[in-house]
Design a binder for this molecule. Sequence first.
Ligand code: ADP
Length: 698
Amino acid sequence: MKQEVLKVSQSSVAQALATDYFCIYYVNTITDKFIEYSASPEYRELGLPTSGDDIIGFSRTNFEQFIYPDDRKRFMQTFTKDNIMSSLDAHGTFTMTFRFMFREVPTYVHLKVTRMVEKEARHVVIGISSVDEQMQVREAYEKAHHASLTYNHVAQALAGDYFSIYVVDPDADHFIEYSSSGDYDQLGIEKSGDDFFGLSRFNMARVIYPEDKDRFLGTFTKDKIMSILERDGSFTMKYRLMVGGEPTYVSMKATLMHDEAGRHLIFGTNNIDAQMKREEAYRREMAAARTTARNDFLANMSHDIRTPMNAIVGYTNIAKQHPEDPEAVRSALDKIGSASHFLLSLINDILDISKIESGRMQLNEAACDLGDVFRRIEDITALQASDKSLNVSYDRSSVRHYRVLADELRIEQILVNIISNAIKYTPEGKSVELIAEETPAPDPAKNRYRFIIRDTGIGISEDYLPHIFESFTREENTKLNRVQGTGLGLAITARIVELMDGTIRVKSKPGEGSEFTVEIDLQPYEESPSEETVSAHSTADLTGCRILLVEDNDINAEIAAMALAQYGAETERADNGLAGLEKIKNSAPGHYDAVLMDIQMPVMNGYECTREIRALGDPSTVSGTASEESAERPAAAARYYLTLPIIAMSANAYDEDIRDCLQAGMNAHVAKPFDPDHLAQTLEQYIHKGTSSEAAGQ
Ligand code: ADP
């Protein structure tokens, strides 16, 4: 009886359970035959046989097409006889979950193979049940859980850095505070509500630093912020809030986010006070450093300019007081001359360094003869060394190519600076040598020129050596020894070498001497250098030449007239450009041999005056003139106005000033203060060129 009840109950339990299954198969593992025990309507619709042999082969063959494609591979790999048997042996069951297509809907199913508990252990049951609902719930849970886990962690981690974070729904106009710091809470601002923008404007007007209020309110309107966010996605604004009575820098960042729930604005405000204060302190430090540098510069300048000025003023007074003593006058004039010379070189150095520092120094490369450069350097330095009875030697025996493309004035400046220092810082009786060598350069089109300047002078200390190329630095001992200098020469030298893509090195031992090595790669130039090079060795002769001085400054005009008189020239003067032009117009063509033209003058400047003079020779101007006299003006007159040498003589001595002079139609430029020899030679060169070209034209 008990047995019966059990049997009945077992089958009803089996039936009751079977309703949860899509299908149940009963398999004899000895005969390998199987029979369907139960099947649901949707399973029946698949039209599979209800019995057969080899259940595993049957399942693999028939199920594959009904398995959801993503799960097929896994099914075929897992649902094998070996896997099933070894799992049954180990656990008594084999299970797997995959998606089955029922009526074209992927449905999660659970396949379970169970060994029947019986004596022979000959049977297994295979059942497939739906776990779709659980899986969907689980999937949704995992997704939600994972998402919220990630968002929460990230948001929490970031929120710690923020002063406050708000989430705003711009469409419903609702907002809620996501997080806030203690400092922010003290401001007493609503943590949620409607009309975020209106309330923020109201609250900010109360807690913002007054200086930032108008700017904030001017920007923080819903229309403006939304249009920026729609365009850029985010918006940042810095301002100061009054926190604990102190203005505190904050940076507010608004971001527009889109998700399934619609669009949201996130407003995060960051406390950036410490960072802003650090930046402010840095800016103040930099400004202070600039002021110190400027003050040092002015102090240096003031000292360095006053020293030679003091000599000039002082010796001028001495000379005036002793007109009866030619010896005293001559000695005073010598000292005035050398102080003036120093002052001029100082001013040139200041111009150079300011040009270098503003990036305006350019090289003027042209064909040049290094032989001329060496000769000039030898002349200058021999003169400097002669006062000290130094043994100065020059060796340029290994130089093969003298004609090169280079900025010869700058090369001369480099070498003169270094050799002058060697002479300055080397005591009497010791030696200075300049060696120039030529070797191949890495660029086959160029040659490498190495200049070694060696002295047996006072040397340079190890501490100072790394600073030797910095502006306004000088070694203490040189200051104490009262050797004149500004500490600019080597700074300029090094920067010019750098402009030439060259290198400069220095080795030195205090008490033993110093060695400077400069290397520059230069391209050889085969043809003879331009005729325009002024030879430094001829003495100019301007006998019989008439020169028009267009100069507004009386002293400068007098100095120029007296200087030119020494070379035999006669001068006439006009005190501005217009007066100069009138003089030329009112005199016969050919009356003047050349014009010395100042640039900055009242009424008409030098550029304009030059252009007007050249225009007199322009054929269109000549033929367009109504006057009979000018209509008959011979071609020679036109040529006169076009070729009359006009030499700028100006204190505007930057490269661009020189270029402007040439562009206006002048022939050359001589800087003020001028060297009389150089001025006379330049005039002579252009006057003779003009004569020869006129001769050639006839
Ligand atoms: P300065 O006008 O003072 O000569 P420089 O820039 O030319 O300025 O040189 C900077 C400093 O380097 C000099 O003041 C001097 O202390 C040191 N110096 C330069 N050349 C030599 C040298 N040949 N021997 C010793 N000291 C030198």
